[in-house]
Design a protein around this ligand. Sequence first.
Ligand code: AHR
Length: 495
Amino acid sequence: MKAKLSLSKDKIVSKIDDRLYGSFIEHLGRAVYGGIYEPGHETADDMGFRGDVMEVIKEMKVPLVRYPGGNFVSGYRWEDGTGDRAKRPRRLELAWGTIETNEIGIDEFQEWAKRAGSEIMMAVNLGTRGAEEAGNLVEYCNAVTDTYYADMRRKNGFDEPFGIRTWCLGNEMDGPWQICHLEAKEYARKACEAAKIMKWTDPSIELVACGSSSSGMPTFGEWEETVLRECYEHIDYISLHSYYGNRENNTEEYLGSSLDMDHFIETVAAICDKVKAEKKSEKDIHLSFDEWNVWFHSNEADKQIPRWSIAPPQLEDIYNMEDALVVGSLVNSLINHSDRVKIGCLAQLVNVIAPVMTVTGGKMWLQTIFYPYMYACRYGRGTALKATCECEKYAAGKWDAIPYVDCSAVYNEEAGEVTVFVVNRNLKESVTLDLGLEGFTVESVLEHKIVNHDDMKATNSVDNQEEVIARDGNAKADSVELEPHSYNMIRLKVK
Ligand code: AHR
């Protein structure tokens, strides 16, 4: 099969906000305890952070980490995670039915993030709590004034503010499962008042209001309109969340998941623009896709986990080859919509629906989805180019026309590189993809990496860490042979 990718230096989508390649650490399962933090582990640093996990996250160059939830945040008292660790309360954690020891809180996490080279995207509790506590947390983290919460931070040993610039106004408040779930109008009012207090406390911060928990929610659309109408001038972004899974075991259909993401993004962007027009506003609201991933493998196992354990192995999806292809094409969707999507968070980062896994007391290992995410993090910085791909399409399940070849392309002017991310969804045939780069002279192929396996259900594990990994390919400057069902990352040196 043949296909053609056309790019032009003049045809751009947008300058990419680095935060597009963010991730997420929730106080859930073994993400924090046993994931990023394990005092006593042979690689642990002076604060008990796992050195092996820290190293890989630094190498990936994860720009942003959302924290501390997720559903967890809607019952969280942020003060529990500050100050003298011996005095911190153990609490019933109602979102996930566990016990939270509060050994780690914002005091420690901001240090972890600093060491990992990531910025924090902080979520405030708009479930059991409200505007006042949200404002207090902004003061604790960011204020330089001689006032109660800034002084509390200093007493806890932090003279310098944490300088957190991106904040979520709660989490999935449209979902009936959420602790203190709200109706759209109720959330909109609460978020609006919290936003005012938070921005009065620190006018430099950016705020993300909750959109729908998925495009399948019965209130999807109406929720966004209500929230935007109420909060428009007080917020900067609205959130989108989406998880995919091959529940019907229909791989061809599953590989089209990014079409759903495309549609979701375009619909929410249209709602933002409709409200902008209604309000005759000058301001654009951008999108924060702050939870996206594949999540379904662990659903049954999670039902067996007893309540009130500490850091049990929840949401530990083991990802296979086809999941890596889906994650590769979801990343492409984010890049191709980077004019509207400014923030993205792969949910999550360690152990919980994650690219990076650990054995408590043992080794770290990497899942199949690690590769497409890591390559985007590392080489997806710069300007997204309009990637026009002429290729055949196929029908599968609910989709009439899934392109066999899915692409995105990023121009990094500083490095003089164009990186092309390509998924070949054709399960049987290889594709010869012509690379047409207008306005660039391609000097050489710096790197071509392929992730592929004969078995679409192949996984990695702690004992078999190299079953699905990236290997070198032999792309040419003007064409690349895409193996059937493969993920490809091609870096071209350009002038
Ligand atoms: O990422 C796992 C969970 O998925 C988050 O806690 C919640 O926001 C979403 O439903």
